[in-house]
Design a protein around this ligand. Structure first.
Ligand SMILES: C[S@@+](CC[C@H](N)C(=O)[O-])C[C@H]1O[C@@H](n2cnc3c(N)ncnc32)[C@H](O)[C@@H]1O
Length: 214
């Protein structure tokens, strides 16, 4: 496996023996690392979707989805372990915030259903990303008082990662529309779709958005 450090903020190109040519976020916690440059994802959702501080918007979306869909089983079929996966977790820290939000929301659902804390299951979180992801960084940074047991699962989520019917909740943020390559015209200064050296297309010209879509 060969990884080439990339000076672009938060992104690293690489080739893995298990996967096609792919991009992963820059590892570690240096100035160009994803962990120091992931605030864009936190502030992604436009204010009209959810009022409040930008950093609360993804959290609210996640909480609403769980409140709407979670069905706590009856006592005779209670969950002993509640298994969660974060598909495309990267190097953190957003993944930790999301996992904490999920577990807090589930705990609250038990309280709202007047169920005792002895009925709340144990939580297990599987942190998944591509094989070339820097898994050392998130595992070194796991929150000390986390309410779950964590494990890493490397490999593409386009393939099979877990045994059938073994998971309770699959989470994925900003990973499904992943491209294996930044469109060439976005990187060319002479192109109409030149993105000024940036990778995200939100806030860029429609030509940049079109280049990503094509
Ligand atoms: C923009 S980052 C988002 C990270 C994190 N979910 C967040 O919200 O900050 C996208 C991540 O998805 C991962 N990813 C993309 N395609 C993937 C795939 N097919 N299987 C596993 N991980 C993938 C990338 O390696 C990258 O770490």
């Amino acid at each position: 496996m060969v990884n080439r450090p990339d000076k672009r903020l938060g992104v690293r190109e690489g080739r893995s023996t298990m996967e096609e040519d792919s991009l992963a976020m820059n590892g570690g916690d240096g100035p160009n690392s994803y962990s120091q440059n992931c605030k864009y994802q936190v502030a992604f959702f436009p204010p009209h979707m959810f009022p409040g501080a930008a950093s609360d918007q993804t959290k609210l979306l996640l909480m609403h989805s769980i409140e709407e869909k979670l069905m706590i089983p009856p006592a005779n079929a209670a969950w002993q372990v509640f298994r969660i996966a974060d598909l495309g977790c990267s190097v953190g820290p957003n993944t930790f915030t999301s996992m904490q939000t999920i577990i807090d929301t589930i705990n609250l659902a038990y309280v709202n259903a007047s169920l005792g804390s002895d009925q709340i299951p144990e939580f297990q979180v599987f942190f998944n990303d591509q094989t070339i992801n820097d898994f050392n960084t998130p595992f070194r940074a796991l929150p000390p008082n986390r309410p779950y047991m964590g494990a890493g699962v490397s490999g593409s989520f386009h393939g099979r990662l877990f045994p059938a019917a073994s998971m309770n909740l699959m989470h994925s943020a900003f990973a499904l529309p992943w491209l294996t390559k930044v469109p060439e015209e976005v990187k060319k200064v002479s192109s109409h779709a030149w993105n000024g050296g940036r990778i995200p297309y939100a806030g860029s010209s429609h030509r940049v958005a079109e280049a990503f879509a094509s």
